[in-house]
Design a protein around this ligand. Structure first.
Ligand SMILES: [Zn+2]
Length: 455
């Protein structure tokens, strides 16, 4: 690809983009810049500087062969990269079509309400869970485990919801840690704009409830395991994303902000108000109070400031109990059962604790890596601690789930390793053609590890 210097002017950006369109082929979805475009930069020899870029608030999404780094942003990101002394090309520009409201076909149920070519709205996800439970009361039940920030504020918002799927026997799917069956917990869309992740949850719910008694793998899993799915961890954030219709808003964080915050920050891929739920968990937490950053880690100066974070922590404790003392060198106790997976996009990697630092391994590192290696066979994704693959990320879900509670908790970032299904908003066909087939195998694998993940 031709080398392009970072640009500062709109006219310059137009030239740069026209050149990028010539050199990137069909993956380039636009020929001229538009407000709100997602711009991907290939940062030359950037891998050595991944932590510096992440600490500067840039969105580092992947490392490519040869040590180049992929950074997502918008047109203003070119200035930031240049300010850090780095050379970067625009490798891809995605502009997001024309706006259209969420829609559903005539006669279709609310569970079929979609935006941007097929992505399900929050209401559709919730209706899909309710439909699974009402059509299959022997297999599924829905629980609310909290309220979103906006719901708590009386500003609309949503309940926080999960579905438990198993072949129901007496006492199954009770929200306490003394379940007969071990549990696998799947969670998606904590980062609202990572829209393919919620679709993985939607499809997996339907695969399970429709497959029982027909598919031997599903039947065996549901006879022996409780599978819990939270398809939308951050419904307030997803509500902002879906309001863009065919131009999904690139909102990552929750909706804990004021109108003044919104006016000051805007709501773009690189500057937006709210708190990053996945930097807010209280294990290995670090403070970032910059309100417009993508990784704002608190609203009040402390960890666990967000209702979505606290509700998840309590929910996890209720489902899995506490099987680990909290020190960095404490191993999980012998009674620990269950597995958990938080879905993100779009680096195409499997991440295991610790994520706040890669200078030490967790005391259960060998077991985490063994499972990471197994999972990598389905997707081809690399596995390791966050800082080994990209950069250290403090205050994330896995460090709390493992560090505080002893859960066997992983993160997977969907991705296409530079292919046309990369990006926060890949075309909907990527869900079926690319991501779901290997993620279904991954979910079934982690469910099968629920009885004794650390053995
Ligand atoms: Zn994410």
């Amino acid at each position: 690809m031709r080398k392009l210097r970072a640009m500062t002017t709109v006219a310059g950006a137009a030239v740069l983009v026209a050149m990028a369109a010539l050199t990137t082929g069909p993956a380039a979805q636009a020929d001229r810049p538009m407000a709100g475009d997602l711009v991907e930069y290939q940062v030359h020899d950037g891998a050595r500087n991944a932590q510096v870029l992440a600490d500067a608030g840039l969105d580092v999404v992947a490392v490519r062969q040869g040590g180049d780094l992929v950074v997502a942003g918008d047109d203003s990101t070119a200035d930031q990269l240049r300010g850090l002394g780095l050379r970067a090309d625009v490798s891809r520009r995605v502009h997001q079509g024309t706006w259209a409201a969420p829609s559903r076909p005539a006669g279709a149920g609310l569970q079929d309400e979609t935006y941007y070519g097929g992505y399900h709205t929050v209401n559709a996800h919730y209706a899909n869970m309710d439909a699974a439970a009402s059509a299959h009361p022997d297999l599924a039940s829905v629980v609310s485990y909290g309220q979103s920030w906006r719901k708590q504020q009386g500003q609309g918002g949503y309940d926080l919801k999960a579905v438990c799927i198993t072949k129901m026997a007496q006492g199954d799917c009770a929200v306490n840690p003394n379940s007969k069956k071990p549990r696998f917990l799947l969670q998606a869309q904590v980062h609202a704009r990572e829209i393919a992740t919620g679709e993985m949850a939607y499809k997996y719910i339907n695969y399970l409830v429709n497959g029982y008694g027909k598919d031997a793998t599903v039947t065996n899993l549901l006879d022996t395991t409780e599978i819990w799915v939270v398809p939308i961890v951050n419904p307030d954030g997803v509500d902002l994303v879906q309001r863009g219709g065919n131009s999904p808003v690139m909102h990552r964080k929750n909706a804990d902000f004021t109108q003044a915050d919104l006016q000051r920050c805007g709501d773009s891929v690189s500057s937006q108000p709210g708190v990053d739920i996945n930097r807010n968990f209280g294990y290995g937490w670090q403070s970032n109070t910059s309100k417009c950053d993508q990784t704002t880690s608190t609203s009040n100066g402390s960890s666990d400031s967000e209702p979505e974070t606290k509700a998840l922590e309590q929910f996890w404790g209720s489902l899995f109990g506490d099987h680990r003392a909290d020190g960095p060198n404490d191993k999980v106790d012998a009674g620990a059962r269950g597995t958990a997976l938080m879905l993100h996009s779009y680096a195409g990697i499997i991440i295991l604790p610790w994520e706040y630092t890669h200078s030490v391994h967790s005391p259960n590192d060998a077991q985490f890596r063994a499972m990471g290696k197994d999972m990598s066979q389905f997707s081809g994704y690399r596995y390791g601690q966050a800082g080994e693959l990209l950069y250290d990320a403090a205050g994330g879900s896995d460090d709390y789930a493992y560090g505080k509670l002893g859960m066997a908790s992983f993160t997977i970032e969907l991705g296409d390793n530079g292919g046309s299904c990369d990006g926060f908003a890949p075309r909907y066909s990527c869900v079926d053609s690319k991501f779901y087939p290997y993620m279904q195998k991954t979910f079934n694998y982690l469910a099968s590890k629920a009885p004794s993940p650390f053995k």
